[in-house]
Design a binder for this molecule. Structure first.
Ligand SMILES: *[C@@H]1O[C@H](CO)[C@@H](O)[C@H](O)[C@H]1NC(C)=O
Length: 125
């Protein structure tokens, strides 16, 4: 069962940032996961991935990946590397990309996502 957690918070950011700042997101076809109805097990899996980040780190990492305007603090790197893991990190990024349209190209965002992962891993070492 889906609960309102950090991943839905992230998705809400996508929507509200788009509305409030008009930053070039369009064709948003997201349904908040707290609406009634069946949720695919893939979304359950992603929700579980996202729930490993607290809301501060969720925000920090979200903006770092999709807008490149935040620096991820060490504590958040720690959560990302040790709790979320590479597979969840990649899958969440790809999922947000498939569900929304960013002004920055997908390739740019995916590269930044990789860089953030690598930087976090090296901080952790
Ligand atoms: C990063 O950019 C987004 C979109 O322009 C904005 O909503 C957000 O507040 C910015 N964050 C920081 C920390 O500047």
């Amino acid at each position: 069962m889906a609960t309102f957690n950090n991943f839905s918070l992230l998705l809400c950011f996508v929507i509200s940032s788009s509305l409030m700042f008009n930053i070039g997101l369009s064709d948003i076809a997201l349904t908040p996961s707290n609406t009634p109805g069946p949720v695919s097990s893939y979304e359950d899996y992603l929700t579980n991935c996202a729930s490993k980040l607290d809301s501060i780190c969720g925000k920090d990492i979200f903006f770092a990946i999709f807008f490149g305007n935040t620096t991820i603090i060490e504590d958040c790197c720690d959560e990302l590397v040790n709790d979320v893991g590479k597979v969840c990190h990649d899958d969440m990024t790809k999922y947000v990309l498939t569900k929304s349209k960013f002004k920055n190209s997908d390739v740019q965002i995916l590269e930044r996502s990789q860089k953030i992962w690598n930087d976090c891993v090296s901080v952790e070492l």
